[in-house]
Design a protein around this ligand. Structure first.
Ligand SMILES: Cc1cc2nc3c(=O)[nH]c(=O)nc-3n(C[C@H](O)[C@H](O)[C@H](O)COP(=O)(O)O)c2cc1C
Length: 180
């Protein structure tokens, strides 16, 4: 059975390391027969949540930027994959801002069940992504039908594209391939 997979590349750097990781995951997931869509936040406008909570009544955000389009895609995806650079041992601000804005989904009949996180960092230690994983776990905890299904870390990569040939790329491809 094929699944609807939404991959969200959150790095502000186009064709950066985490986006390349996301592309490998997408390639595997497509090859396994899934319906895969990737979006990149680097060419989208993602403004800060205002905290007005109007979305809890309307399931839409009052801010007129690209986020309602993204959260509509999140709503109907069965699998969501976030790719992020590690910024100060956390997820990047763009990813956190999207998670805040996805409060529109909190009371909705969302379809997603499995969530993955892929992260790239200059640091070699896998623990460099712990802050990002913990942050995402906080979001997941608010969606009771959802679980963290997998994590992939690409360490020791700093300049854009430095990830080429990195062992994490095969791991991302294989993880994508396992989605069925
Ligand atoms: C603002 C900023 C903060 C960063 N903080 C960290 C950090 O805390 N730990 C780390 O290992 N790398 C850090 N980095 C390096 C990035 O994680 C690394 O370059 C990564 O490969 C970027 O991924 P991208 O190409 O997908 O944007 C930081 C980079 C920037 C721009």
């Amino acid at each position: 059975m094929s699944k609807k997979v939404l991959i969200i590349s959150t790095s502000p750097r186009k064709n950066g390391n985490s986006e390349i990781l996301a592309d490998e995951f997408a390639r595997g997931a497509k090859e396994a027969g899934n319906i895969v869509e990737k979006i990149s936040l680097c060419d989208k406008t993602v403004s800060f949540c205002k905290g007005c909570l109007a979305c809890q009544k309307t399931q839409r955000c009052v801010i007129n930027d690209d986020v309602n389009m993204i959260t509509e895609k999140m709503l109907s995806a069965e699998v969501i994959v976030f790719a992020t650079p590690v910024y100060f041992y956390e997820m990047c601000g763009q990813m956190k801002t999207l998670l805040d804005r996805s409060n529109t989904l909190y009371l909705s009949d969302y379809m997603f069940r499995d969530v993955y996180i892929l992260a790239a960092a200059a640091d070699n230690e896998e623990s460099a992504m712990n802050g990002a994983v913990n942050g995402l776990q906080g979001w997941i905890a608010c969606f009771e039908k959802v679980r963290l299904a997998g994590t992939i870390f690409a360490g020791g990569v700093e300049a854009a594209g430095e990830i080429k040939g990195h062992s994490s790329l095969k791991k991302a491809y294989d993880m994508g391939m396992k989605i069925k």
